[in-house]
Design a protein around this ligand. Structure first.
Ligand SMILES: Cc1cc2nc3c(=O)[nH]c(=O)nc-3n(C[C@H](O)[C@H](O)[C@H](O)COP(=O)(O)OP(=O)(O)OC[C@H]3O[C@@H](n4cnc5c(N)ncnc54)[C@H](O)[C@@H]3O)c2cc1C
Ligand code: SF4
Ligand code: SF4
Length: 395
């Protein structure tokens, strides 16, 4: 008879999180560790150039935690960049790790969807699917509220995490802001309001956190997260892009902007009816630091992930990943809340999904857990130019 060794005890605390994730630049600023800390000793500033957690107690310095020394491990159990996070979340959600070729993660169905309700469709960034789904989840008592991104009262483009409890609040927060918004921070408002059945809307950096918590048995902290809706994402920008690029170079004032989107270029619609395109290469300088090493374009651990890479602007690319996601999607289709068609009809979107997933995975550092880089093809070498070297030199 062979006696199996007991599983190794999870002992990693803030000290290990700080060394492995925060000082190495892997931290995305998702705030998973912040909202789950049972001792409330992890601080976070939802501000330009910050979005990184820090320890509030000075007792053991910035890099250690007295509660951690006494056995608290919640922060590392909640962090979707600590240790072998991709394989842990994959196995927990899908019973296996992704195949090397599954660049956009594991999924059940790929669809293009749109809300049938005209208001939901008009207010949504793409097909209004996310807002339609939140309203449906509220109406059908799957959730009591959703953690989403609202905006500041005095600035329609400064994103802030908010809790949406009604269809009106969901619609008021529809659309995309391309600056960072740590939606899990809205968990604090939910706790204050005594709400415990929640959906999280967020980019992959945020929606991987609940499955990691469930897998690593973070306990009470993980229970309110019932439904995860992911947003496909290559990067977010610093808020400084508004004054320093859009306004300074193109004269586009933030206060006059009506809508923005990214479709190969940065698209901006202004209140005066004008439309502008800005080359994405120009925007790269304002990429938020927390995105530089992120390997997850396709929000691979959400119940359903959504994006706007479809050929038609007014449909949402919808990646159904979990059984729960599929159950809700089927019910929404059956009662006419949404329309859907196979995403495979849109070959360009399928190619982009794979390509952009690969591009993001290439950013993951070789010094970290290898899983996110498994199967990633190396970049194609540029063909040498036929021109003689002398003509390429500045004259
Ligand atoms: C920062 C960011 C980058 C993105 N990058 C891509 C991309 O590269 N390719 C792609 O195909 N799709 C991208 N998307 C997803 C796309 O813009 C749409 O959000 C998605 O297609 C859903 O559209 P919808 O009409 O169904 O959603 P809607 O019904 O409009 O709902 C959108 C939801 O997103 C939330 N939200 C808005 N801004 C933020 C934010 N900054 N942080 C967190 N939550 C937010 C809103 O609160 C709302 O709940 C990105 C989204 C964001 C927020
Ligand atoms: S990635 Fe998220 S959970 Fe991990 S340290 Fe950063 S903010 Fe905390
Ligand atoms: S690229 Fe998107 S998913 Fe990745 S860390 Fe940045 S905001 Fe999060």
């Amino acid at each position: 008879m062979t006696i199996e060794a007991p599983p190794a005890r999870w002992t990693a605390q803030w000290k290990e999180l700080y060394a492995e994730v925060i000082t190495t630049g892997l931290c995305t600023g998702c705030a998973g560790c912040v909202v789950t800390c049972p001792h409330d000793v992890i601080g976070y500033e939802h501000e330009e150039g910050k979005y990184v957690p820090f320890h509030l107690e000075e007792e053991l310095g910035a890099d250690n935690c007295i509660h951690g020394e006494k056995g608290c491990t919640t922060c590392t159990r909640a962090c979707p960049r600590f240790g072998a996070w991709e394989s842990a979340a994959d196995t927990h959600l899908f019973g296996r790790v992704r195949q090397p070729d599954e660049m956009a993660g594991i999924w059940r169905r790929l669809l293009l969807t749109r809300a049938t309700d005209a208001d939901q469709h008009a207010k949504g960034q793409d097909g209004g699917f996310v807002s339609a789904m939140l309203i449906w989840l509220l109406a059908n008592d799957y959730i009591e509220a959703a953690m989403v991104s609202g905006v500041e009262d005095d600035d329609a483009w400064k994103a802030k995490p908010v809790l949406a409890r009604t269809p009106q609040e969901v619609l008021a927060t529809a659309g995309s802001r391309y600056t960072y918004c740590a939606n899990p921070l809205a968990l604090r408002d939910a706790k204050e309001a005594g709400l415990s059945r929640l959906a999280l809307v967020g980019m992959g950096c945020q929606t991987s956190s609940p499955p990691i918590m469930w897998d690593r048995k973070a306990g009470k902290a993980s229970r309110p997260f019932l439904f995860n809706i992911g947003l496909l994402c290559s990067k977010t920008f610093d808020d400084a892009i508004f004054p320093e690029l859009f306004e300074a170079k193109y004269g586009l004032a933030k206060a006059d902007m009506l809508k923005m989107n990214i479709k190969g270029v940065f698209q901006v619609w202004m209140r005066d009816g004008s439309y502008h395109e800005i080359d994405l290469k120009e925007c790269h300088h304002w990429t938020r630091t927390g995105c530089l090493h992120c390997p997850d374009f396709a929000a691979e651990h959400a119940d359903i992930s959504t994006g706007g890479i479809g050929e038609d602007n007014d449909w949402t690319l919808t990646i159904v990943r979990t059984e729960l996601g599929e159950e809700v999607l089927d019910r929404m289709l059956a009662d006419g809340t949404i329309l859907a068609r196979p995403a495979q009809e849109d070959e360009k979107a399928m190619k982009l999904l794979r390509l952009l997933s690969i591009v993001s995975r290439r950013r993951w550092p070789a010094t970290a857990d290898p899983a996110p880089a498994v199967g990633v093809p190396p970049p194609k070498k540029k063909a040498p130019t036929a021109e003689p070297a002398a003509t390429a030199s500045p004259s």
